[in-house]
Design a protein around this ligand. Sequence first.
Ligand SMILES: Cc1cc2nc3c(=O)[nH]c(=O)nc-3n(C[C@H](O)[C@H](O)[C@H](O)COP(=O)(O)OP(=O)(O)OC[C@H]3O[C@@H](n4cnc5c(N)ncnc54)[C@H](O)[C@@H]3O)c2cc1C
Ligand SMILES: NC(=O)c1ccc[n+]([C@@H]2O[C@H](COP(=O)([O-])OP(=O)(O)OC[C@H]3O[C@@H](n4cnc5c(N)ncnc54)[C@H](OP(=O)(O)O)[C@@H]3O)[C@@H](O)[C@H]2O)c1
Length: 439
Amino acid sequence: MSCGTHFKFEVKFKEMSSDYLKVVLLKQGAQVRDGNKYRLTPFGVTNGEIISAPIESAQKLTDHEDVKTVYRVVFNSANINHAFVPGDTIGVLPSNNEDVIDEILARLNVASSANEVCELQILEGTLKKNPSVPKHLPPKSTLKKIFQNHVDVHTPPKKLFLKSLARFTQDPQERAHLEHLCSPKGSSDYTKLITTSGRTLLGLLKTFPSCGPPVEVLLEHLPPLQARPYSISSSPLSGKLEITFFVVVRDDGSKGLCTGWLERLIEEKADIPVPFYFRQATAFRFPKELPELPVILIATGTGIAPFRGFLQDLELQGRFNRDIWLFYGCRYKDKDFLFKDEIQEFEKSGVLKKLSLSFSREQRQKEYVQHRIEASPDFFEWILHKDASVFICGDAKTVVTDVRTCICQTVGKYCGASDGEAVVRRMESTGRLIVDTWS
Ligand SMILES: Cc1cc2nc3c(=O)[nH]c(=O)nc-3n(C[C@H](O)[C@H](O)[C@H](O)COP(=O)(O)OP(=O)(O)OC[C@H]3O[C@@H](n4cnc5c(N)ncnc54)[C@H](O)[C@@H]3O)c2cc1C
Ligand SMILES: NC(=O)c1ccc[n+]([C@@H]2O[C@H](COP(=O)([O-])OP(=O)(O)OC[C@H]3O[C@@H](n4cnc5c(N)ncnc54)[C@H](OP(=O)(O)O)[C@@H]3O)[C@@H](O)[C@H]2O)c1
């Protein structure tokens, strides 16, 4: 890394350098060309325009050791001009934890210059074809900001990255170990040590203490810090933009990057704007046409988020004329039944025609939404004779697959086992069975 005219620190191996990037420290007062516009906004509408809105209010919806911690967040709408529809999603752009970034920058020996303005340039004489500064890195910023907002330091490093790191590892044994991990022979060791254990950049630098890469090498290899999508869980008619999320807790006790960051903002009551953008619409929208046809909504846990938006929207529009049936499953009736009061109110007001609840941990035997579906002869009636549409929102690997199988079997019970699958396939191909899922 060079600093205008002098070198700020020297790389151990002078003959080695990064492949194509150079970080040049600029003189005091240099203008920054930074900001969220350099962050990637996949599936963004309106050219991925980024909105910054502080959290206006937040509410913890669950509070017990045997349930996930779920928050409902309301964003301050002052800067939000985009019209959204229930079922839409926003992409939240999180920041890396400052303590983690400080530790990485200290480990790279660049802590003392981390807050100085620097420019990313192309290394003279690079052998890389058509080199350019990656789009997700701001051309003039500070190392601290680049590491906090633009690069992913949590995803386990790829083999090519390890290969580069090996070049800057002094200890011969450590270097040989790194080289082994990225060789074809070391594939299963790579999986064990890096992928399965979810080793992050910092974890790797701790495991290989003699590894001292120039900061440029990290900027060349670290992937962009990705936005996290969240379903909008409110109606635009409420005048509020809300999301509902659960805090991811990994096996080692650490929290998910975005959900942990949002939780910290909530706990600290920080008035820090949360950058996000509106994502392109999907088929996950409440049908406006043919109001005489019923709709079945099936959700588990935080999968209720988009449905709460649907139902609130119908209530605020005063539309009570449609037959809507909600199946909702959570663990306990009093600990993690999200939006309990509102859902009961939707039933009373007539927005919901039917409500079927299942609580998986209230009794010895698990009670899932599938049990309610199987036990409801009307379900078959609504699908086969009333042409109901079905929306499912839940865990992709388990809930959605199991609910689909259950629908096939339930429908098959009445019209012949093989026909159940055919009916469901036809519903999928004609947009009458729509799934929204993640994980
Ligand atoms: C279309 C779409 C809509 C979404 N809507 C919502 C929503 O409304 N509400 C919501 O809460 N989330 C929603 N998500 C998920 C959300 O985008 C994030 O992926 C999630 O919040 C985790 O982000 P994070 O940065 O906190 O975790 P990361 O730091 O990205 O960590 C996630 C990693 O942690 C691990 N992990 C994930 N889940 C668990 C778990 N339960 N226990 C242990 N480890 C786990 C996995 O290895 C995963 O790769 C949606 C995703 C998509 C694609
Ligand atoms: N827009 C979107 O795509 C979107 C938005 C929000 C949420 N989601 C999805 O919704 C899921 C919500 O789950 P959660 O993690 O918040 O809640 P959770 O508390 O982990 O699970 C909710 C309920 O589902 C039950 N369950 C577990 N396995 C099941 C299965 N195979 N079939 C039916 N029910 C099952 C759980 O029971 P036990 O734990 O007692 O077994 C629990 O009662 C997320 O994983 C996510 O995939 C999607």
